[in-house]
Design a protein around this ligand. Structure first.
Ligand code: C2E
Ligand code: MG
Length: 702
């Protein structure tokens, strides 16, 4: 509470004294005069009048003297006394400087001294106020801030920590001393070096501000993330003598960031690292390969075989469960230092570190293969997938993780091409093959647009009479510069790239049109066969494509034969089997092409509506000399006939083969001996010149 200075009584006291001084002689004078007047018979009235007049004069004189004294002496003294009183009660704002005009010299001097005193006093007081305000602000800022403040006196090496600083770390003021070590001893070992380096750089004047993120050990033994900021105060010789700043807790943000980072780097389904993250880990492994002679690492690229069929057949949820289970199996089989990542779909990457060499990588791959092939029970169903693997050893020649992954992928694709369920080790030739393959793929697409594909026709004879039974439509690529490209050089690429479906549809439409024109030219019985790739066959729209093509070209169902190849993809696909039943039910015939080239199960064979088997050329080639081939062919023919199927011998280019197949009751014959595949015009000429019985013409030829 503000104190009120007491009222100044100086003037009143002074007045009483002056009056008393004047009145006492006057009273004495009056008393004297009264005594004299009674003794010496003076006119009393005259005396009283004289006294009254004297009193009047005395009072006027007293007042004049008083006013004079008051202006010259009393008022300044009165004001100064009040001022000093106000000073005593710290009310400087109410005190004003006094004027020294018209004052007596001594009093004027006193007033000037008083004014000077006031001036000094006020300025000091203002400074004090400013200091107090700033201290209060600082105190408020420290108390109110969410940040912990530290203030390090470098001269005495003492560091003050605010209560908020201590609170952030779960301590109280009593438990922490004012030592910089209280801070540094709590810094995470991985962050300490960086923190010290940043402090040193700032204290040496190399950075304008100090800033560092690090972890501090909380009293509860967990680490919190803090952002420390600070600034050093420097002496004239630029030497830091005080260093102060704050720390702010950003653990939550860091956790959020690391969660975001984790999500961005991991596959949400299997929780395994994703391709981007794997690439980063691989980059560091590549760095180690380049630095350390004895360090060996390998990448295994893994792709589940026919995963799409699992998705199609059992549903996506089963597919997902399988991927999760595969990830678990991989992790369980590998060491903790190895990395398992899911790239996409059914593709996984594995990094094996600190191995002895390629032999180790092969051994691990074999182990992974056997563990992955063990049956999975998903949604009460047993699934037995296999996988194909590509192995690459990290060598100094690699410049980036991307190159390594590219090669591992190439090796994996090679494993798939070589029959799946196996591994391949990358070598340079594979890379060249991949490049050529990619080039061919793009050339194929261009060729399709430029209409460079043609259809050739090769007749197939009925063995019993030599009459053309049907004509196989074969795709040809007529390259403008390179001429006819062998089918082996582009059909596998078209199959891998998926372009084969478009090409098959093109052959189908062209061949049906052509067959229609043969009919119109009087060759009503000439049927046409087209090769259908598994890719097209498993397409749910396949039967619709066939039906609409036949409708558009007005070709009867009976005049079309589909040649399908043996493939597990077809056996396992409900869609493919459905397509085949749909089409055979309306009269279209289905032949199984290239029979015997890959091992097939008779059980699977029974599931498909097949009318004839086309024996793989590999068994015909060395007929009748090769006894193994003859045994196989005899068995195939016997088996097919028992199953109610017919048999076609393909690739007959000499009469011995023909003779042998005729003896063994092969039903149809196809080969250069009768006719090579011919283009449209050539085939028409053949029909016109030789008719439909090529066997008779054959016998006529010398
Ligand atoms: P494929 O279906 O077994 O076709 C028969 C192949 O045997 C044809 O080869 C034909 O030219 C060849 N050939 C026939 N007689 C003889 C002979 O006496 N000696 C020899 N050395 N070869 C003979 P091409 O046309 O090169 O076709 C190879 C394979 O390419 C075909 O085997 C078929 O699987 C595939 N292909 C051809 N055209 C198409 C097509 O339009 N679509 C699909 N998906 N595949 C096709
Ligand atoms: Mg064929």
């Amino acid at each position: 509470m503000k104190q009120i200075p007491p009222k100044n009584k100086l003037t009143a006291n002074f007045l009483i004294w002056i009056m008393a001084l004047l009145l006492v002689p006057l009273l004495l004078l009056a008393a004297g005069l009264l005594v004299i007047s009674t003794r010496f018979v003076l006119d009393l009235n005259a005396v009283i009048v004289a006294l009254i007049i004297a009193f009047g004069f005395a009072i006027i004189f007293g007042v004049v003297v008083l006013l004079f004294l008051r202006r010259r002496f009393l008022t300044p003294i009165y004001k100064m006394t009040s001022g000093l009183n106000a000073v005593r009660f710290e009310q400087l704002e109410n005190i004003k400087p006094l004027s020294d005009k018209g004052l007596n010299e001594d009093i004027g001097e006193l007033v000037r001294g008083y004014n000077q005193f006031l001036k000094i006093l006020k300025s000091e007081s203002q400074k004090e106020d400013a200091l107090r305000a700033s201290e209060e602000r600082y105190e408020l800022a420290i108390r109110g801030a969410n940040d912990g403040i530290w203030d390090w006196d470098l001269k005495i090496n003492q560091c003050y920590y605010s209560s908020r600083w201590l609170f952030m770390l779960g301590y109280t003021e009593e438990s922490i001393r004012n030592s910089p070590n209280e801070w540094f001893s709590r810094v995470h070992p991985d962050d300490l070096e960086g923190l010290k380096a940043d402090i040193k750089a700032h204290l040496e004047g190399k950075t304008a501000f100090f800033e560092n993120e690090h972890r501090l050990l909380h009293a509860n033994d967990s680490y919190i993330w803090v952002l420390a900021r600070g600034l050093a105060l420097r002496s004239e010789d630029n030497k830091a003598y005080r260093f102060a700043g704050s720390i702010s807790d950003f653990t939550k943000r860091k956790e959020f960031e690391s969660r975001l980072l984790h999500d961005a780097m991991h596959d949400p389904l299997t929780r395994a690292p994703n391709r981007e993250y794997f690439q980063e880990i691989l980059e560091s492994a590549l760095g180690r390969t380049q630095r350390r002679e004895e360090y060996h690492a390998a990448v295994i690229y893994l792709d589940l075989d026919r995963f799409k069929l699992i998705n199609d057949g059992f549903g996506y949820s089963a597919g997902d469960q399988l991927l999760v289970e595969v990830t678990h199996r991989l992790k369980r089989t590998l060491r903790t230092m190895d990395t398992v990542a899911r790239f996409s779909g059914d593709e996984f990457g594995i990094l094996l570190e600190e191995i002895n060499g390629l032999q180790d990588a092969i051994q691990v791959t074999r182990r992974l293969h056997s563990i992955l092939s063990q049956p999975y029970f998903i949604e009460e169903q047993e699934i037995s997938p296999s996988a194909s693997f590509g192995i690459v050893m990290l060598t100094r020649g690699y410049q980036s993780a991307e190159e390594i992954l590219r090669d591992a992928d190439t090796a994996m694709n090679q494993a798939k091409a070589n029959g799946r369920g196996r591994f391949e080790i990358f070598d340079k030739e594979m890379h060249i093959y991949t490049l050529t393959r990619l080039k061919t793929e793009s050339e194929l697409r261009q060729a399709f647009q430029r209409a460079e594909f043609k259809v050739f026709y090769q007749p197939v004879l009925a063995a019993e009479d030599g009459e053309i039974d049907f004509i196989e439509a074969l795709l040809r690529w007529q390259h403008p510069e390179k001429g006819l490209i062998p089918t082996d050089d582009f059909i596998p690429v078209a199959e891998e790239s998926g372009l084969i479906s478009q090409l098959d549809e093109f052959v189908l439409r062209t061949a049906c049109n052509e067959a229609r024109s043969w009919m119109d030219s009087g060759f009503e019985n000439l049927r046409v066969s087209v090769n259908v790739s598994p890719k097209l066959l498993i397409n749910p729209d396949f039967s619709e494509i066939i039906r609409s093509t036949l409708a558009d070209t007005e070709l009867p169902y009976e005049n079309l034969i589909l040649e399908i190849t043996e493939s597990t993809g077809v056996y396992n696909s409900g869609t493919a089997i459905q397509n085949l039943f749909d089409l055979t039910s309306v009269g279209i015939r289905v032949f199984l092409d290239d029979f015997g080239r890959v091992a097939s199960s008779l059980e699977q064979l029974k599931r498909l509506p097949i009318h004839a088997l086309k024996i793989s050329q590999s068994f015909i080639k060395d007929l009748p000399v090769n006894s193994d081939d003859t045994a196989i062919i005899e068995a195939i023919i016997a088996m097919a006939h028992i199953l109610g199927m017919q048999v076609i011998g393909v690739g007959i280019d000499n009469i011995h083969q023909r003779q042998y197949l005729l003896e063994k009751k092969c039903d149809y014959l196809q080969g250069f001996l009768f006719s090579e595949p011919l283009n449209r015009a050539e085939f028409l000429r053949l029909l016109i010149e030789k008719g439909t019985n090529l066997e008779a013409k054959l016998e006529e030829t010398p």
